[in-house]
Design a protein. Structure first.
Length: 115
């Protein structure tokens, strides 16, 4: 029951849906997601933690950064179905299109140099 509750909680927030749709494009670090969302680092980290605890994303160290991506091995059939449904949805959503356009051009090295 807890896994199901965490899954639905994770999928019930627009920001987390936006993050998942960005991660469909490629793995991203917190600073890249923060750049696209124009949000704070603690807020983005909180959303990623929720997605991680729900079993929807995984992380891997990439040099100085931790790259997040959609999990390759969903925990349950419900997780796999949720991710499959998400992949098929929102293809024509303007917000998703704009986010993906920014993701294609965002670079963590450039972001860190601007700070």
């Amino acid at each position: 029951m807890k896994k199901t509750t965490k899954l639905f909680k994770a999928l019930s927030d627009e920001t987390r849906i936006r993050i998942l749709k960005m991660l469909e494009t490629r793995p991203l670090c917190v600073c890249e997601i923060q750049y696209v969302l124009k949000g704070s680092q603690p807020n983005v980290s909180h959303h990623l933690k929720t997605l991680y605890e729900a079993g929807l994303v995984e992380s891997k160290r990439d040099g100085l950064w931790i790259a997040y991506r959609i999990t390759e091995k969903p925990e349950t059939e419900l997780h796999a179905s949720g991710l499959a449904l998400l992949r098929k949805s929102l293809k024509n959503d303007e917000r998703v299109k704009k986010d993906r356009a920014v993701v294609k051009n965002v670079n963590r090295v450039d972001i860190s140099l601007k700070k």
